[in-house]
Ligand binder design. Structure first.
Ligand code: FUC
Length: 765
């Protein structure tokens, strides 16, 4: 599992090889004479609260209830309003929102080494390491890079096949001429400062450990090495950011940076590497996919080109698809680990002062999509930062709900940053997304459904879900035409006019109410369950089939069959929601199909990735696979990063989730094996995918049909299995005692009582 180039990067976007440990990321360019290792630390952001500067978190000065009611009254009268008019009434010019920043570049100058041969720059997904190697004058030079989660450092080791061959100088370059060292010592550079914009304090240290040769430093802050055998460079970085409303400041970062580097230096390269590989591969190695791939010996950009032009041998195309699937998992591990912020629009990698969309957290699809692969591809731990982040939004989000919707509970709108921005901006195209809290709450419940962790449900999920639901118990209004409860004003992301009760608004609230009611019942909060029940009954569920057979995007049949808009928000109910389960609601599934066909297969990176998932949910593996093919062609950069354009990481995560959805689904109360297998993946196997109910699965198929499966069950409980293969003779045995399992049902669905800690083996004859 390797992404590789036969040359250094010629530009950052789409050519660097990304490494990261969640908190920090680095972009490997691999220049020969000059290496520029640009790196990030997730909390380095401009904007937000600062000393002497009041921050408004996106809130109006006064409670906005009157303005909201005026818009609601206008909508009741006129039916629709332009986004511009609503933004004028309810939006707010954004102030001090800030941008995610690059931390610094490690700049490394190698002494010229003569003619270069056999250059290779690679990223090993299974190990979580990057390597640059080349030969010059008969010597092989090698640089190994990784960012360690257990040790909290960026590691770069330079070695050669002959002793005494490494001479270089190394320094840091901080953007905006902020490279002012506190200390320049023979083996380390220390740099602290604070951002001009908001006073956020930062610190970083670079340490150099050479074997053999002489080390020194220059007065302006370059560490130098002459004729060493190998050189180890270690970097730690941090800020005084704390994930705590309202000030978001904690302790000065330098002491921790120094402690981290002391510990890492004492550990030494081999031990750092071993700890890193253990940590990374324990997550990465859980899922193994075989779709008949054979990786050709071609640099990845060439393989991508060949595949896109249709010239790649089939096994090479399978290899690229498999690589792309696993890359999403790699990127999630590298950009989302406990103790830091969640993956943003660029994961953790950003080299710009003003990245697109501030490299923030958009919550009308993007942050959510980042976490779609987390549970199903067995990376549940990567959700930790997401939940910590959302938890931290509840307090400011409570004020947002009060000030902007006049409601109790918490929510946020289109976008958020690391400063608790939970209010509104004034951008007509997208600013109004009050259901964002509902959508984020879904992730907590999904985490529970996959893992069955009751403590998580009680202590983490439920308080957040309950607060998100409370908003809508207060804020829904009655549609006078039919008495149903609707969201007003309501906006289908980035498409059309403002109305009441647009499909996505309603579906999101339906999802939230359903999940919260289930959770409340399970936890014994009968009072709240009883408050939700009537509202859920009265709620317009947002599912209507329109005049041309489409699933309606709005409550009124306004859909334009010619529209190719990238957002297919009204298909939330199909994915990632669970309101439309095709085996149970064929008419609605048919309408969703009609809508998807009309919208076409184009769109930005994330839009195509979403459609991979949607077609998989519709059980059309070939169409899902076509979308994956389209995404690789239209929306994928040379380093396999997704491009909106520009680079935006959500599409990587969405596509990885989509591949998993083709192989397994479990949202409809059944574990559905091979629900949407593309015909070009006719033979294969997968290990380690997860299903709701705390089940881990390995299975194998041939000629498009399931041949065997193994289920590891973490909990006691009834499981339902669905597979077309179950219409043939098969057996299911409990591995511990070899006994055949007592199965209920017939046809494609069978039920049985699973026991915690057991393995079940299914063999189709
Ligand atoms: C949403 C999308 C855009 C973009 C932005 C970051 O607003 O509609 O296409 O992905 O988020």
């Amino acid at each position: 599992m390797v992404i590789w180039f036969d040359r250094p990067a010629t530009e950052w976007e789409g050519e660097v090889l990304p490494i990261g440990n969640g908190a920090m990321g680095a972009a490997v360019q691999g220049g020969i004479e000059r290496e520029r290792l640009q790196f990030n630390e997730k909390t380095l952001w401009t904007g937000g609260p600062a000393e002497g500067r009041a921050y408004d978190y996106g809130w109006p000065e006064k409670n906005q209830s009157a303005a909201l009611e005026a818009v609601q009254a206008q909508l009741a009268e006129q039916g629709a309003l332009s986004p511009e008019a609503v933004a004028e009434a309810l939006g707010r010019p954004v102030r001090d929102y800030g941008d995610y920043q690059s931390f610094a570049d490690l700049v490394l100058d190698h002494h010229p080494v003569g003619d270069i041969k056999n250059y290779r720059r690679e990223l090993n997904l299974a190990r979580g390491t990057a390597r640059v190697s080349y030969q010059a004058d008969g010597v092989t030079y090698q640089r190994d890079y990784f960012v360690s989660y257990p040790d909290g450092v960026i590691v770069l080791r330079i070695s050669a096949t002959e002793a005494g061959k490494i001479s270089l100088s190394a320094g840091l370059e901080v953007p905006d001429n902020r490279t002012v060292y506190d200390r320049i010592e023979p083996d380390q550079l220390t740099l602290t400062g604070s951002l001009h914009d908001n006073g956020l304090a930062y610190a970083t240290q670079l340490r150099l450990i050479a074997q053999g040769g002489q080390t020194g430093h220059t007065a302006d802050g370059r560490l130098t090495v002459t004729n060493a055998d190998s050189v180890l460079l270690l970097i730690a970085a941090g800020t005084d950011y704390a994930q705590q409303y309202p000030h978001y400041r904690g302790t000065a970062p330098l002491p921790k940076v120094e402690r981290t580097l002391d510990a890492a230096s004492a550990k030494g390269y081999e031990a750092l590497l071993a700890a890193h590989i253990n940590d990374h591969s324990a997550l990465f190695g859980r899922v193994v996919l075989d779709i008949g791939q054979k990786m050709p010996n071609l640099p990845t950009p060439q393989l991508l080109k060949q595949h896109n032009s249709g010239a790649a041998p089939v096994e090479a195309s399978r290899a690229l698809e498999n690589l792309y699937f696993q890359y999403g998992r790699y990127l999630l591990i590298s950009s989302s680990r406990d103790g830091s912020l969640p993956a943003n629009l660029q994961g953790v990698w950003n080299h710009s002062k003003h990245p697109p969309w501030n490299a923030d957290y958009h919550v009308n699809i993007n942050l959510q999509m980042n976490y779609w692969p987390a549970e199903v591809t067995n990376l549940s731990e990567t959700t930790g930062p997401l939940f910590d982040f959302i938890d931290s939004l509840v307090e400011p989000g409570t004020k947002s709900a009060r000030k902007l919707l006049g409601a109790d509970g918490w929510t946020l709108f289109l976008n958020t940053n690391i400063w608790g921005f939970t209010g509104v901006i004034q951008w007509p195209t997208a600013f109004w997304q009050p259901e964002a809290g509902a959508w984020l709450a879904q992730h907590y419940y999904e985490h529970y459904l996959f893992n069955g962790d009751e403590t998580f449900l009680r202590e983490r999920a439920y308080p957040v879900m309950r607060g998100a639901a409370q908003v809508w118990l207060d804020a829904l209004v009655e549609d006078p035409t039919d008495g149903a409860l609707v969201v007003s004003p309501s906006y289908s992301p980035e498409h059309g006019e403002f109305t009441i009760g647009a499909a996505m608004s309603q579906q999101l609230i339906y999802d939230l109410f359903t999940n919260t009611q289930e959770a409340a019942e399970r936890l014994g909060d009968r009072d709240f369950a009883q408050r939700i029940e009537p509202a859920r009954q009265q709620l317009d569920p947002g599912l209507r089939i329109g005049s041309w057979g489409q699933l309606q995007e709005w409550k009124l049949d306004l859909d334009d069959p010619e529209s190719k808009h990238r957002h297919v928000s009204h298909l939330f109910a199909l994915h990632p929601g669970r309101q439309i389960v095709p085996s149970q609601q064929q008419d609605l599934a048919q309408a969703a199909r009609r809508t998807l066909n009309a919208r076409g297969d184009g769109g930005t990176g994330w839009a195509q990735a979403w459609k991979v998932n949607l077609w998989a949910r519709l059980g059309d593996g070939d169409r899902a696979h076509k979308l994956l093919t389209d995404q690789l062609r239209d929306s994928t950069l040379a380093n396999l990063w997704d491009t909106h354009p520009p680079f935006q990481i959500d599409g990587n995560f969405g596509a990885t989730a989509g591949v998993a959805e083709m192989l397994i689904q479990s949202h409809g109360g059944e574990i559905h094996l091979l629900p949407a297998l593309p015909s070009v993946w006719s033979d294969g196997s997968v290990r380690g995918l997860r299903a709701r109910g705390d089940v881990t699965l390995n299975f194998r198929w041939a000629d498009g049909a399931l041949t065997e499966a193994e289920l590891h069950t973490g909990r006691d409980g009834e499981l339902a299995l669905r597979s077309a293969a179950l219409t043939k003779p098969f057996e299911l045995r409990q591995v511990s005692n070899g006994r055949a399992v007592d199965l209920q049902g017939q046809g494609e669905v069978r039920r049985f009582q699973a026991r915690a800690g057991e393995t079940y083996r299914l063999i189709v004859r």
